[in-house]
Design a protein around this ligand. Structure first.
Ligand code: M6R
Length: 364
């Protein structure tokens, strides 16, 4: 049932404030402002490495979580495409754990990676949306994402609920390892508790994004740029646009612009820059200047401070509320999804069932 939405994807985008509140409700103690995880089959204080593996959108959730585990728990993390991880003879040390992420819990390469990690003697954690799935059954521990059934082939609410679950695990790991203080935990939990409200605010950008989609639907290629956790979100934005609108899109770390993709930029090339104001915002402003100097059309997704500081010509701005850096990828995911959605609707594609794609990829 699509409710009063035209597509399942729209319904699932709009459900996010509610489902993420549900996911956080499962992993947070809202009164004590702490993370409460079920007992783990290993000691987080003893591990020395985390391997994260997944495919597609779930992989990008993993890449974002890598920044969190490194920052909050000072743990080295390697994030890998499941189809590469399984065949690479990746050495996995005795004291490492492997986290696999999958909406369906049936993705063939992700399942094979989980089995490989187990054969190497690693403890495994599965972040899955379907609790009865094969991956959920075979992992040593399951952290459900609680997004509810996701019907649209393009993953939306499962992605943000994966982020919510992984953020809770990363904060918990940081606490157990003594990197984060009790106060840090309270502060981060309070930030996470704000996410549903911030998402509701973000959804109000929809009419503006719908207008913007007119420009995007005429483009042949679109570039997405971001730094830090907004770099994997740029990759996710490009994937979303490709899969449902069939417009070619690339995601890049903003700092890589000069190392190649800048050659593509001309007046026909929209560049979506995902950049809330942060300590490296100025670096992103220089990247935008480089794009603007070549006539590229910038669509900046930012907050008021970022918008005030970015004096670049030929720019459209989507302005979100200010929020702590940790939660930006969850909230900024919504305009990014809406950009793909409205563009695809204008292109007249089959948004929920894009050509050549299956919801769950159970063959390699
Ligand atoms: O079910 P999974 O999360 O394991 O699926 C992984 C990818 O196939 C999936 O995220 C795919 O990239 C989506 N269609 C993206 O929207």
């Amino acid at each position: 049932d699509k409710g009063n939405h035209r597509h399942f994807m729209a319904k699932e985008i709009y459900e996010q404030p509610e489902v993420i509140a549900h996911t956080f409700g499962h992993y947070l103690d809202l009164t004590r402002e702490t993370v409460t995880l079920p007992d783990l089959p290993f000691d987080l204080a003893e591990i020395d490495h985390i391997s994260i593996t997944a495919c597609g959108t779930a992989l990008f959730a993993g890449s974002i979580a890598e920044y969190w585990f490194e920052r909050f728990a000072r743990l080295p993390v390697s994030t890998d495409i499941a189809s590469e991880f399984r065949y690479r003879d990746t050495p996995l040390g005795k004291n490492g754990i492997t986290i696999v992420i999958s909406q369906s819990g049936e993705t063939a390469d992700t399942l094979a990676s989980l089995r490989y990690a187990r054969e190497c003697g690693q403890k495994t954690v599965a972040v899955v949306n379907v609790p009865t799935s094969t991956i959920a059954r075979e992992a040593d521990m399951v952290l459900p994402t609680l997004a509810g059934p996701e019907i649209g082939v393009a993953s939306t609410k499962a992605f943000t609920c994966q982020l919510a679950t992984l953020a809770c695990l990363a904060v918990h790991t940081g606490r157990v390892r003594g990197v984060l203080s009790e106060d840090d935990e309270h502060r981060l939990v309070r930030a996470m508790m704000e996410v549903p409200r911030l998402m509701t605010e973000a959804l109000k950008l929809s009419p503006e994004i719908e207008a913007l989609a007119r420009t995007l639907s005429k483009a042949r290629d679109v570039l997405y740029l971001g730094r830090g956790t907004n770099y994997p979100l740029a990759l996710e934005g490009a994937l979303k646009l490709k899969e449902i609108s069939y417009i070619h899109a690339e995601g890049y770390a903003a700092g890589e612009l000069k190392h190649g993709p800048i050659a593509l930029i001309d007046e026909t090339m929209p560049v979506v820059v995902i950049a809330p104001f942060d300590r490296i915002f100025e670096k992103t402003v220089s990247n935008m200047e480089e794009v603007a100097a070549r006539g590229g059309r910038i669509i900046l997704v930012t907050d008021q401070r970022g918008a005030d500081l970015a004096h670049v010509e030929a720019m459209q701005k989507l302005i979100l509320p200010e929020m702590p850096a940790t939660v930006t990828p969850m909230v900024y995911a919504l305009p990014v999804q809406l950009i793909a959605y409205h563009t695809a609707v204008l292109m007249g594609t089959d948004v929920d069932q894009p050509r050549n794609l299956a919801k769950s990829v159970t063959v390699e």
